[in-house]
Design a protein around this ligand. Sequence first.
Ligand code: F6R
Length: 230
Amino acid sequence: MSRKAANILSAQVILKPDCVLGLATGSTPIGLYNQLAAWYRKGDLDFSKVTTVNLDEYKGLTQEDPQSYYYFMDENLFQKVNIDKNRTFLPDGTEPDSEKACRQYNDILASVGQVDIQLLGLGHNGHIGFNEPDTFFKTETHCVKLTEQTIKANRRFFASEEDVPREAYTMGIKTIMSARQILIVVSGEDKAEIVKKAFFGPITPQVPASVLQLHNHVILVADEAALSQI
Ligand code: F6R
């Protein structure tokens, strides 16, 4: 799964060296980032002109916090390849004024131009980015209160459940849908049911990822376990 998804992202970088990649964190894309870094080390990929915009960031965490999404991106990709860090963007988790943080990120997104490929993972409840069930499809960057389910799912990365931030800044569904292409990676049997709902069920805000059925260029890359119900 990781190699196939990495092939798609690297083809984009090769075809358009100054492309804009929309990136995701979480456990699913780690293998993909490792693969991209390995191809970079082999001399097959050049990230020097690439711009990246990430989906989301926890509100209240600094870039140096090991649980921040900036830190994750730096560890898993940015410091392993020749990307210009001035061209890597995430929402500013240290900005306490949510409106300001979201406005600033929307401005950044507008200035970098259309995302060529947006990478996504899929939450167990169908969330994409931190767009939890019942998010309006027309939202841009906004501040969300994480659901109990997401706090529990993310708990594994923190010392205790109390340490999991309660809020995050995330690209909205409208922002995600405006990407030229979307690449969604999913693995594991525990995601099989939501894959079926998202891609073969009704399009509804109750399953945020179901909106992807309305996008004209979505690639789903998944392992057999995640596809076992379709
Ligand atoms: C990550 C993100 C989330 C994850 C989703 C799946 O930036 O926005 O939507 O993609 O929670 O996470 P994993 O891959 O850990 O199962």
